[in-house]
Design a protein around this ligand. Structure first.
Ligand SMILES: [Fe+2]
Ligand SMILES: [Fe+2]
Length: 253
């Protein structure tokens, strides 16, 4: 048996990709031909991902520093490399495919913030940094912080967003192949991140209060996308969240 979290590091290594190596030329040509409703939906989802991936890649270092052993630390480091790439990918799509104005990623992010709900911005730009901050100051538990990041944010919010994005891309009147490919690769990375977080939660001693909180946070967080995600997709995300928590050995009373 491979000790600790080493197999996540090996897996991450085998899944590396480069956002600048994807071909976006067909996407650039297709974007102006999308209907207003199509481009509004895709851009809303892109806005959410730009904000989310920038925030998670900025906060993950606190998790890495709180790792309980070198194998967990290496897996957080591999994850951080992925999240930084995801942030670059969505910013690149915003700038070069959707033509979002702004001289740098921060300026483009400012331009995109109004396209998503304040709950989404709050989750990523206030609540997640606060949790990471507690972890960095040694006041928070790693399992609770991983519960918010890997189980709630990645397992519910980002996964639901990615499924909605792929569905939206597949239904477009003109296709965006570069964006589609990149989103599939992001989803592939997120799957191991969630698996890694589930393992940490599984090994932690999660009590009934923390279990209830994780479930409740998932139910609330699933709604931050607003109209960008259908109620049915939210329901599916919450159901999968509950199943994933159960699989990680969490009991609900
Ligand atoms: Fe990510
Ligand atoms: Fe992730």
């Amino acid at each position: 048996m491979i000790a600790g979290y080493d197999h996540f590091v090996t897996l991450a290594e085998s899944l590396q990709w480069d956002e600048t190596a994807l071909d976006y030329s067909a996407d650039r040509e297709a974007w102006p031909q999308l209907t207003d409703a199509e481009s509004a939906r895709v851009l809303g989802l892109i806005a959410g991902f730009v904000i989310a991936e920038t925030a998670v890649s900025g906060e993950l270092a606190a998790y890495q520093a709180a790792a309980s052993d070198s194998s967990m630390e290496a897996a957080f480091r591999a994850q951080l490399r992925d999240e930084a790439r995801h942030a670059r990918f969505f910013d690149l799509v915003a700038a070069e495919v959707a033509g979002v104005p702004g001289a740098d990623p921060a300026a483009r992010r400012d331009a995109l913030r109004s396209l998503v709900s304040s709950d989404l911005v709050d989750l990523f730009e206030e609540r997640l940094p606060a949790t990471a901050g507690r972890l960095a100051e040694n006041h928070g538990s790693l399992s609770a912080a991983v519960g918010l990041y890997h189980m709630v944010i990645e397992g519910v919010v980002l996964l639901a967003g990615q499924h909605a994005m792929l569905e939206a891309l597949e239904s477009l009147s003109v296709k965006l192949p570069g964006v589609h490919k990149g989103c599939e690769l992001v989803l592939r990375d997120e799957r191991w991140h969630i698996g890694f977080g589930s393992r940490i939660v599984q090994r932690a001693d999660i009590g009934p209060d923390e279990a209830d909180m994780l479930l409740e946070q998932g139910e609330t967080a699933a709604k931050v996308w607003g109209d960008l995600i259908t109620p049915a997709a939210i329901e599916t995300a919450v159901r999968q969240h509950r199943r994933r928590l159960k699989a990680a050995g969490i009991k609900f009373w």
